[in-house]
Design a protein around this ligand. Sequence first.
Ligand code: NAI
Length: 338
Amino acid sequence: HPSNPQMEGYFGLRRANCRAKGGAPGFKVAILGAAGGIGQPLALLMKMNPLVSVLHLYDVVNAPGVTADVSHMDTGAVVRGFLGQPQLENALTGMDLVIIPAGVPRKPGMTRDDLFNINAGIVRTLCEGIAKCCPNAIVNLISNPVNSTVPIAAEVFKKAGTFDPKKLLGVTTLDVVRANTFVAEVLGVDPREVNVPVVGGHAGVTILPLLSQVNPSSSFTPDEVKYLTDRIQNGGTEVVEAKAGTGSATLSMAYAAAKFADACLRGLKGDAGIIECSFVTSAVTELPFFATKVRLGRIGAEEIFPLGPLNEFERIGLEKAKKELAESIQKGINFIRK
Ligand code: NAI
């Protein structure tokens, strides 16, 4: 029966072979946590991406349903579903890009750090699978707290002897997406024409929008700077409170994750000048991980850009960000080492 995921796999395989013969460019992408609030719309968006030839959807619940549903879209990517831990290795084998939105989201009153205990263990297990089955894949890590889960993933990969710092990317794109939107609102322009670098990390004061470096060059009053910085840093909480206990950002996050994954795939394909912000292994500050603009290429984050000139307000923000970030990074490292 066509709705049987295994048959879907069989037909999918034939189509995948046809595509390979045709020489169409395409990458193999897995989403881990694909049945979740982020995972489902992200699966939809990745199924629409012409650079994706094979899409693996893994979750511990509901993966067959999401897979059957998304697989009916008449776009190129072949979709296969994988349910539960015993199928993790099959889900990961051969993947070029692995996107991880698995884990629990925030409820009102919770910080991203409150999610640590549950999500740290989930990320460890998934990264052990990646080290074993697709050690060369680019990893886009979404699960919170990103400031700690990226160091956790790095430690898991180091232990396994597969760590490539260029390939481990914490997804902070939603902070940039929000910053572009809010800044465009203040300037009264189209958000597509605005690019705001957001550096540091992905939680509260570690989210540091560099409003002095907005492209196109713009100036803001002190009140606007304060309003924009607060709103960008608390954009996640704005959504958590509006959703009143039913979760955190999922739709805008899926959009942001799809945008970032597409940039990674265009980099893998060899397109030039692909620049996005991401939380990566970095020597830009004294911290081992930091989010800045990076250039994405065939081997991942090929170049990490410096912070550029900061104004007084941003320098103060940077010191605050680094203090909190240092603790979150250490917490992640300790989770694996101790
Ligand atoms: P959700 O609860 O709706 O979905 C999470 C999914 O992960 C569920 O389908 C669940 O079954 C699955 N899952 C749980 N354990 C798993 C495991 N061991 N292996 C595979 N899948 C597993 O949560 P939502 O809203 O999709 O958020 C997911 C994560 O993304 C949360 O940690 C959240 O904090 C984070 N997030 C990150 C953002 C960022 O900007 N980086 C923004 C918004 C959310």
